[in-house]
Design a protein around this ligand. Structure first.
Ligand SMILES: [Cu+2]
Length: 505
């Protein structure tokens, strides 16, 4: 049995919802200070930054919620660096659980990747670890724990890295850059649903019932008329796929997980799986109130509000905004990978699951559980069954089709410079078929095809959403040596075995 104190929430009285920093009104003890607004921290090459994960409280309508935070804010500080910089994060764990700092999507040195067992021991409560983090790529990345993320991440342990490109003109100029982390939190009778000694909600992952934008359930953004805003979107939810829209304005998708797309495009919606990022530019031409929506087939949520008011923007970038750029540099950089696109896959993976101890009387037949024809599970439609499913009785699997091996038995080995084409099949006949955001550490990849259809607008990725029944081919550039993890980014699936290691020498 793990020793993590996984059920601390219920021991506190009167805790309930979380709130905007502006609503924090209680005076916290030293152990649980109130949450403040997330700062932007600009660091230069060689800088050291102290980052401490602590227990905090948030309040709403007089109720208190016990959460976790980096440097006291949810999200943690946005750490802004210039591409190519190396910084040191002096990380201290003052939470109630061993943890690590994983810098998601950053192609850093393996020993600072924050994966227990692969690159370091968990940072025990009260201890510190120095992470040296290099940022070779421009764009938006993020940091979060890599120990029991099912518990620690939804409680508030997430923050963005904003990596400013060296190349001038990499992005067109905008009036505001807004990192925006969308997620959710599961509340039961006003309290944050507790976590047990092993991950629960292991069937579908833990869906929250309260939508959050930058940690707030009533996120607002002030914009001047005429401003172009660049949103750096990150999905920090455990399992919820977001489908984001802002009715009344045009969305220009310019970037993805790692830098720019080959071509900028107008989009109506942004489909964002857990851990994925999208960079989108929006011109707010006229005054008004614009909802940030999450649109599913059954329901539309408003997860924030953009208030466009006041004096007109001093500088107008409307002309640049109206142009859809073709990034020839991106296309040219990808040319050396193109000869690999059409050859057979080197590796083949199948996503599936098995169960133990959950048979009989549960209606767990494949037909029933796979009844939904949707390729994405937008909601927890089997809440009781999901809650009862734990990392102890569900085994989510990534199976190497060629060898039949799964999990830690896969142990692939590659050489630096290998371009590895991997076919990933999400088996719709598995006992519970659903989407999985598959994440590779330490490397970047291209999504080449989905169900045989070529992706003609590429962007470097570190996570790909494999929808139910789909076959997705990716090309992984194995450029960063070390022992790395690949896994489903739904923490309850990761805890239930949906991972493997690969080594790059
Ligand atoms: Cu999964």
């Amino acid at each position: 049995m793990e020793k993590y104190p996984m059920n601390p929430v219920r021991t506190l009285a009167g805790l309930v919802l979380l709130a905007l920093a502006a609503d924090v009104s209680l005076h916290g003890s030293e152990a649980t200070p109130p949450v403040a607004a997330s700062p932007l921290v600009e660091l230069k090459n060689g800088d050291t930054f102290n980052l401490t994960a602590t227990i905090v409280k948030r309040t709403l309508a007089g109720h208190e919620a016990r959460m976790l935070a980096y440097n006291g804010t949810i999200p943690g500080p946005t750490i802004k660096v210039t591409q190519g910089a190396e910084i040191t994060i002096h990380f201290t764990n003052q939470t109630d659980i061993p943890t690590t700092l994983h810098s998601h999507g950053v192609r850093l040195d393996n020993r600072y990747d924050g994966v227990p067992g692969d690159s370091q021991k968990p940072v025990a409560v009260g201890e510190s670890f120095d992470y040296k983090i290099k940022f070779p790529d421009a764009g938006v990345f993020w940091y979060h724990p890599h120990v029991r993320e099912d518990y620690a991440q939804p409680l508030g342990l997430y923050g963005n890295y904003l990596v400013e490109p060296i190349s001038p003109g990499y992005w067109v100029p905008v009036n505001q850059q807004v990192p925006l982390m969308v997620g959710d939190l599961l509340l039961e009778n006003g309290e944050i649903a507790p976590s047990g000694p092993v991950a629960d909600h292991a069937l579908m992952g833990r869906f929250g019932n309260t939508m959050l934008a930058n940690g707030s359930d009533h996120y607002t953004l002030a914009v001047k008329p005429g401003e172009v805003v660049r949103f750096y979107l990150t999905n920090v939810a455990s399992t919820r796929v977001f489908n984001l829209a802002i009715p009344g304005v045009k969305l220009k998708r310019v970037g993805g997980d790692n830098g720019r797309y080959e071509r900028e495009t107008w989009v109506d919606r942004i489909l964002l799986a857990p851990s994925e990022r999208t960079v989108v530019d929006v011109l707010f031409d006229a005054p008004g109130t614009f909802p940030l929506q999450h649109v599913t087939p059954q329901h539309t949520y408003t997860i924030g509000t953009i208030n466009v008011a006041g004096a007109k923007a001093e500088v107008s970038y409307a002309a640049q905004f109206q142009q859809l750029r073709v990034n020839r540099e991106v296309t040219a950089e990808l040319d050396r990978f193109r000869p690999q696109f059409d050859r057979p896959a080197d590796q083949s993976l199948r996503l599936t699951m098995t169960m133990a101890g959950m048979t009989g009387g549960m209606g767990m037949g494949g037909g029933m559980m796979g009844a939904d024809a949707d390729k994405i599970e937008w909601e927890d439609t089997m809440a009781m069954m999901n809650q009862m499913a734990t990392a102890g009785n569900i085994q989510w699997k990534i199976v190497d089709t060629a060898t039949g091996k799964s999990g830690m038995d896969i142990a692939w080995r590659f050489k630096v410079g290998d371009l590895v084409k991997i076919k990933i099949f999400n088996d719709p006949a598995s006992m519970h078929a659903m989407q999985h955001p598959i994440h590779f550490h330490g490397q970047r990849f291209l999504v080449l095809t989905t169900n045989g259809v070529r992706n003609d607008n590429l962007v470097w990725k570190d996570t790909a959403l494999i929808q139910k029944g789909d076959t997705v081919e990716i090309l992984v550039a194995m450029e960063n040596p070390g022992l790395w993890m690949a896994h489903c980014h739904i923490p309850e699936h990761l805890e239930s075995g949906m991972m493997f290691n690969f080594r790059v020498n």
